[in-house]
Write a protein that binds this ligand. Structure first.
Ligand code: BJ8
Length: 424
C-alpha cells in the first residue's frame, strides 16, 4: 500500500485528525457496505474507489495540477461541470455528509445551520478534506441563505468564487443565470489560462451526458421487483459520481448497469420479491451519509430511488440541442441546469410532480421525505409533497435528521412502523 502521508502533508492536512477520520470511515464502510449479501460484482470497483478516496484519487488530482490543470470544488449541482472540464479542470463535489467536522464550524457560523453547511466549512477549517485542499478554488452559489453566508466565511480560508443562482423561474431569471454561466466561463479561462471554445465545450458536455446516461441506466434497473441492487449501493454510486474520473466512472457504471440489468431480467434480486419499496425524496445525502438508507434496509424494506441532488435531480437533467455556437451551447447548458427542481426556487411545483411520478414509476409502496435539520426550504416543501402523495393514495412520512448517531433509535422506530404499515 502506498504511503500518501508526504502528499497529505504537502496539501496541509492535519494528519492526526485526518487519521481519525479515515479510521472512522473505514469502520463505517465495512459495517454498512461490506456486510451486505449478494452485492453485484461490479460494486468491487466502487469499494476500491472508496478505499482510495483520500489516496489514489487525490494523487490523480495533484498530478493533474502539476500538468497545468485546475481542480475546482463545488457544492451544488447548478455549477456547470462541463464548463470546468472544457477549461481543463476537474470538478469535485465537496458537500460533506459527516458529523466528524460539523463542530469545527462553531464560532464561525450559527449552530442552528444545516449540518451539510457546517460540515462543509468544518472540513476546510479543520484541514481534514484533501479534496478542498487540492482545489485551486471553490464555487459557492446563492441558493439557500445558510450556504450564502457560509461562503463568506469560506472565502476567508480558501479562494472562493460565487455564482448567482436565481430563485424564480422567469425569463428574466433565465437571462440572469445565462450571464452568470458566461461569467463563469471567464473565471475558468483566467484560472486555467485556456480559452474555452465551442468544440472543447461540446466535447465536455458529451462526456457529462454519457456519465448521466450511464447513471440513468443503473437507476432505471431499480424499477424491477425484486430490485437487483440495494439502495445503499445505488446511493454510493451517486455519491462517487461527484469526484471520480468522469470517463472511468462512466465505463464502470455502464459495466455495473449491464450486470444489474441482467440480474433484473433473470428475476435475481438483493432482497426477496415484494419487499416493501421506498422512494427517498429530499435534501442531498453526500458521502459518507448512509444513515437513513442503512436504517431502512435493515428494517425489511428497500430504497428504490432517490429524488435528491445525490440522485435523480443530478442525473435526470439533459442538455437541450443548441446551434453549436459557444453562446448557443451556454444557453443550452443554463437551461439544463435550470431544469433542476431545487426547493430554493419559488414556486417549485415541478418537484412535487417529479416525486409523484417517480413514486409511480419505481412502484414505491411509500415515500420517505427527508430534510436535514434547519433546512427550511425542504422542510417547507415536505408539506406540499405530503398533500400531493396523500391525494394519490401513496403513503409518506417526513423525517428530519442530521449526520449524528444521536437519533438513530428514534429513526429506526419511525421507519420500522412505516415499513410495517406499507407492507400490509
Ligand atoms: S440544487 S438541494 S445541491 S442548493 S440541505 S445546504 S438547501 S439548508 S444542498 Fe442543494 Fe444545490 Fe439545491 Fe441541490 Fe441549504 Fe437545505 Fe442545507 Fe442544502
Amino acid at each position: 500500500m502506498s504511503d500518501y502521508r508526504p502528499m497529505w502533508t504537502d496539501l496541509g492536512l492535519d494528519l492526526d485528525r485526518h487519521d481519525a477520520l479515515l479510521e472512522l470511515l473505514g469502520h463505517g464502510y465495512t459495517q454498512v457496505f461490506l456486510s451486505q449479501q449478494d452485492r453485484p460484482e461490479g460494486m468491487k470497483y466502487f469499494d476500491f474507489v472508496v478505499s482510495e478516496a483520500h489516496g489514489l484519487r487525490i494523487q490523480e488530482l495533484v498530478e493533474h495540477k502539476k500538468n497545468g490543470g485546475t481542480v475546482v470544488g463545488t457544492f451544488c449541482v447548478y455549477v456547470p461541470e462541463d464548463v470546468i472540464i472544457a477549461g481543463g479542470g476537474i470538478p469535485v463535489g465537496l458537500c460533506a455528509g459527516a458529523e466528524f467536522s460539523v463542530a469545527d464550524s462553531d464560532g464561525l457560523i450559527p449552530r442552528n445551520t444545516c449540518p451539510l453547511i457546517r460540515a462543509s466549512l468544518g472540513f476546510k477549517v479543520s484541514r481534514t478534506c484533501p479534496y478542498i485542499q487540492a482545489s485551486n478554488f471553490v464555487v459557492g452559489e446563492t441558493t439557500c441563505d445558510g450556504k450564502k453566508k457560509m461562503f463568506e466565511v469560506m472565502a476567508e480560508h480558501h479562494p472562493t468564487y460565487i455564482m448567482e443562482v436565481p430563485q424564480k423561474k422567469t425569463d428574466a431569471s433565465r437571462e440572469l443565470f445565462i450571464s452568470e454561466v458566461k461569467a463563469f466561463v471567464g473565471k475558468m479561462e483566467s484560472e486555467s489560462g485556456r480559452k474555452i471554445g465551442p468544440e472543447g465545450l461540446s466535447e465536455a458536455t458529451r462526456k457529462l451526458e454519457a456519465k448521466k446516461a450511464a447513471m440513468r441506466r443503473l437507476h432505471e434497473a431499480r424499477k424491477a421487483d425484486p430490485t437487483p441492487i440495494s439502495g445503499l449501493d445505488a446511493l454510493l454510486v451517486s455519491q462517487i459520481s461527484f469526484y471520480d474520473d468522469i470517463d472511468r466512472f462512466t465505463a464502470k457504471v455502464n459495466e455495473l448497469a449491464d450486470e444489474v440489468e441482467s440480474r433484473a431480467a433473470k428475476g435475481q434480486g438483493v432482497f426477496p420479491k415484494s419487499t416493501p419499496r421506498i422512494l427517498f425524496a429530499g435534501t442531498p445525502i453526500p458521502l459518507p451519509d448512509w444513515k437513513l438508507h442503512s436504517i431502512v434496509e435493515a428494517s425489511g424494506a428497500v430504497i428504490v430511488g432517490e429524488e435528491s441532488c445525490v440522485g435523480s435531480r443530478y442525473y435526470s437533467t439533459t442538455t437541450p440541442a443548441s446551434d453549436g455556437t459557444l453562446d448557443g451551447q451556454l444557453r443550452a447548458i443554463s437551461d439544463r441546469l435550470l431544469g433542476t427542481h431545487c426547493a430554493c426556487f419559488t414556486p417549485n411545483t415541478e418537484r412535487v410532480g417529479d416525486i409523484v411520478e417517480m413514486a409511480r414509476q419505481y412502484k414505491a409502496d411509500g415515500v420517505i421525505h427527508y430534510a436535514l435539520a434547519f433546512c427550511q426550504t425542504y422542510a417547507a416543501e415536505a408539506m406540499k409533497v405530503e398533500k400531493a402523495l396523500k391525494a394519490e393514495g401513496i403513503p409518506i412520512i417526513s423525517l428530519e435528521s442530521d449526520f449524528s448517531g444521536n437519533d438513530v433509535a428514534q429513526l429506526q422506530t419511525r421507519v420500522q412502523a412505516f415499513v410495517e404499515m406499507i407492507g400490509k
